[in-house]
Design a protein around this ligand. Structure first.
Ligand code: PRP
Ligand code: URA
Length: 213
């Protein structure tokens, strides 16, 4: 595992919220709120290196030099369904970002991901792309999502992957496939079980978010 491109957000507030999120008794409303709140912290770290430029601002008192974000515009790309739960959190930090969607489901037997939807902003290859999905398990869905974006002209260096809970297998698989992609996660868990679920994890994120258990 390459620690240079893996960012585990272990802020005390994040650890507290992750504990609440893992609790099997948390209902959909609480689960959605917690995913949203944790995403704000993850996105805060993932946007730490956005480039700045100096600008001149006139305050009511004087003129001063300040820094504002420059460079590529942003796009948030949730992997459906569960990724949708992270969109609002990241947009609360960057309201002007455009949103592209990738629909993907994991075959429960083979654990292979299957793409069923792909709709991006027309200038996606010119944007800094934040792919969001709460769960990075085997890494299959994340890798297929990156492949689909690269087919549309997005460079791996312009992609960051944001999740809530990750497994070592998924981190290693994504890093092996795309070493330049930085991964931001609120928790790095122990392992996958025989059904491909993250342990201790939080169960099926999509079902818990949308109440389809
Ligand atoms: C979940 C999750 C990820 C994927 C992770 O989605 O949201 O997309 O599994 O697993 P992987 O790393 O092994 O590919 P799922 O296929 O359950 O679809 P859903 O979000 O529609 O429930
Ligand atoms: N997808 C989920 O929603 N949860 C897991 O633990 C693994 C994949």
């Amino acid at each position: 595992m390459n620690k240079e491109t893996l960012h585990v957000i272990d802020h005390p507030l994040v650890q507290h919220k992750i504990a609440l999120l893992r609790d099997k008794n948390a209902g959909s409303k609480d689960f959605r709120e917690l995913v949203n709140e944790i995403t704000v912290f993850v996105a805060y770290e993932a946007t730490r290196d956005l480039p700045l430029e100096e600008v001149t601002i006139e305050t009511p008192i004087t003129t001063c030099k300040q820094k504002m974000i420059t460079g590529r515009k942003m796009a948030v790309v949730p992997i459906l369904r569960a990724g949708l739960g992270m969109v609002e959190g990241i947009l609360s930090l960057s309201p002007a970002a455009k949103v592209g969607h990738i629909g993907m489901y994991r075959d429960e037997e083979t654990l292979e991901p299957h793409e069923y939807f792909f709709k991006m902003p027309s200038d996606i290859e010119e944007r800094q792309v934040f792919v969001v999905d709460p769960m990075l398990a085997t890494g299959g869905s994340a890798i297929l999502a990156v492949e689909a974006l690269m087919k549309r002209g997005v460079k791996a260096k312009d992609i960051k992957f944001l999740c809530i809970v990750s497994a070592p297998d998924g981190v290693e698989a994504l890093q092996k496939a795309y070493p330049e992609i930085h991964i931001y996660t609120a928790a790095l868990d122990e392992k996958l079980n025989e059904n491909g679920y993250i342990v201790p994890g939080l169960g099926d994120a999509g079902d818990r978010l949308f109440g389809t258990l």
